[in-house]
Design a protein around this ligand. Structure first.
Ligand code: NAP
Length: 306
């Protein structure tokens, strides 16, 4: 079934591809394609991000090739895609055939993630708290992958502590990363989405942005700000066929929660456990792919918000 669906795409790629002398074996297909240099861009066509002849040879031998990302239609930028929730979203979307840009500050980590997702996915470095970084990374992504029509904002940090002990620098870094960073990536993505007359965005908030939590006043403010931002932006660009939604996770097993006392905290969760990143990823994919849902906040917290 998969082979049938891929055939026209492979034929298209073959038609556009330069003649390759590379006889890479099946396992060498999975490689990270770093953004091409200006020289490469002028000397080779855009489309082939990997050896298109490899999959054909593998299919001829009756083996199943790695998932091929669908560069022609579904390109998704995942900020914070290298670890945790963003990583789980990347794994799920890669399985669904999206072509992904994995973006984080640590490029090595992002590259490892992109490589493990399969052929055609790319890694980029960007600090979302810096506007210049965001403008640059969108240029790089559009050059390497084409227009971005799906955006997931999962980059986030926390600096938990009582307000009286929180330094202004820590307040700023949380607001700049969690709130301003998301606003800026949305702004950059929406420009391209308007040109394409469609797109979908999912911002990752938090349950504490809805109900508050002692020791997280600044983090909560950054996430509460995202609710107003996402709902307003949804109304602003709905006519352009661009949807904006949010997920609001509770406690999820990631690097961000490793220091927490899980045994105590899970007693207040009706489902009696922390969530898994893959469980949030399912909600993100649902919102990305639900054509009549916009301006919503989907809570994924094991029932503790009630
Ligand atoms: N885990 C939870 O329980 C939970 C609950 C509610 C909401 N959330 C939210 O879910 C999102 C993901 O959290 P997580 O638990 O998956 O955290 P995580 O495991 O710490 O991953 C955070 C991701 O964001 C990236 N990142 C952080 N700061 C960045 C910056 N300035 N620029 C670009 N990328 C940056 C990290 O990569 P680099 O470090 O390489 O940049 C990493 O890929 C966050 O917005 C968080 O607030 C998490």
């Amino acid at each position: 079934m998969r082979q049938k669906q891929d055939k026209p795409r492979l034929q298209r790629l073959v038609a556009n591809a330069p003649v390759s002398k590379d006889t890479a074996a099946a396992n060498s297909l999975t490689r990270v394609c770093s953004p091409r240099t200006a020289r490469e861009r002028t000397t080779t066509p855009r489309v082939p991000l990997y050896d298109v002849f490899g999959p054909l040879r593998i299919m001829k031998r009756g083996l199943r090739p790695p998932e091929l990302c669908d560069t022609m239609s579904r390109v998704c930028a995942i900020f914070g895609g290298s670890r945790g929730i963003g990583h789980a979203v990347a794994q799920l979307l890669a399985q669904k055939g999206y072509c992904l840009a994995i973006i984080a500050r640590n490029l090595d980590r992002a590259q490892t993630t992109a490589k493990n997702l399969g052929a055609g996915h790319l890694a980029f470095r960007c600090d979302v708290s810096k506007e210049e970084d965001i403008q640059n990374v969108f240029k790089e992504m559009e050059t390497s992958l084409g227009q971005i029509n799906y955006l997931v904002n999962a980059a986030g940090i926390n600096r938990d502590g009582l307000l009286l002990r929180t330094k202004a620098d820590d307040m700023l870094s949380q607001l700049q990363t969690n709130l301003l960073g998301t606003m800026l990536t949305c702004k950059a993505a929406v420009k391209g989405m308007i040109q394409q007359q469609g797109g979908a965005i999912v911002n990752v908030g938090s349950i504490v942005g809805l109900k508050g939590n002692s020791g997280q006043s600044v983090y909560s403010a950054s996430k509460a700000g995202l609710v107003g931002f996402s709902r307003s932006l949804a109304k602003e660009i709905a006519r352009k066929n661009i949807r904006v939604n949010m997920v609001a996770p509770g406690f999820i097993h990631t690097d961000m929660t490793t220091h927490l006392k899980e045994e105590q905290l899970k007693k207040i969760i009706p489902l009696g456990r922390f969530g898994e990143p893959q469980e949030v990823a399912k909600a993100v994919a649902f919102l990305l792919e639900s054509p009549y849902v916009t301006g919503q906040v989907l809570v994924i917290d094991g029932g503790s918000a009630q």
